[in-house]
Design a protein around this ligand. Sequence first.
Ligand code: ZN
Length: 293
Amino acid sequence: MVKVKRQIVPANIAKNVTYADKNPVNYITVHQTGNPGKGANAKAHAKLQSNGNSRAASWHYTVDDKEAYQSFEDTAQCWHCSDGQGPGNTQSIGVEICINSDGDYKKAVANGAKLVKQLLDKHNLSIDRVKQHHDWYPKNCPAQIRAGKDGITWSDFINMVKGVKVSKPKKTQTGSEQITKPKANLSVDGKWGDSTTLALQKALGTPQDGIISKQPRNSATQSLYGNTVQFGNGGSNVIVALQKKIGAGTDGKLGPGTIRSLQKYLGTPVDGVLSRPSIVVKEMQRRLNAGTF
Ligand SMILES: [Zn+2]
């Protein structure tokens, strides 16, 4: 929840910068102030509007890394989307996010997302009603988000807006997943032997003995290293788990088909061949080490 201070622009000034006291709120339009100056925060922009903005522009809310200011009632028709006729001006609430250099940029964007979420809830609007200034008029605004400054893109921003409601359970889940996912310490050599099998068994949660049991003799199983493969009939648990994960048929037998699926899954060249050493095994080892397989 972002604290919103109300500093509503007096009527005698508002009449110069608003269209009408009628704004059917169908959209929330996001802007960035374009002012990186020190002190160009929400309070300063609220003051600018209260004193009569010489640019004859107007917007409802300004938000920075600490707080938000409301300058016009949501029902006032402001002018923040360049073109006077579009729904950006006539059916939306304008939110300006500060980019002042003495503020915390990421925090300001996060607060902007929270404020947008609060406004969506207040007006019972869905996430697709969140627009960029640029959606209404070919102006590069919100410029920094559009450029992905500090790694925050527009789709990240939208996710942040969505995340406000569901962030808690989601974060806990991701957190525990990261903690419980084992990381291996394999040499990334492309040689699939006992230690790679053991790491795979750990990652996939099957019994850990480093052995792939009951395997047919084929080009794939005969390209494994060390003593990891045991030939026979029936198939192995770890291969079933692997096949499930990568979307291959689950017969528990390693063969060209499973290698092909593994190559697709890991994004390496797809030929169904397990070379000695192998690129797809290298990639699997790399991910097992990172805990991301
Ligand atoms: Zn704008």
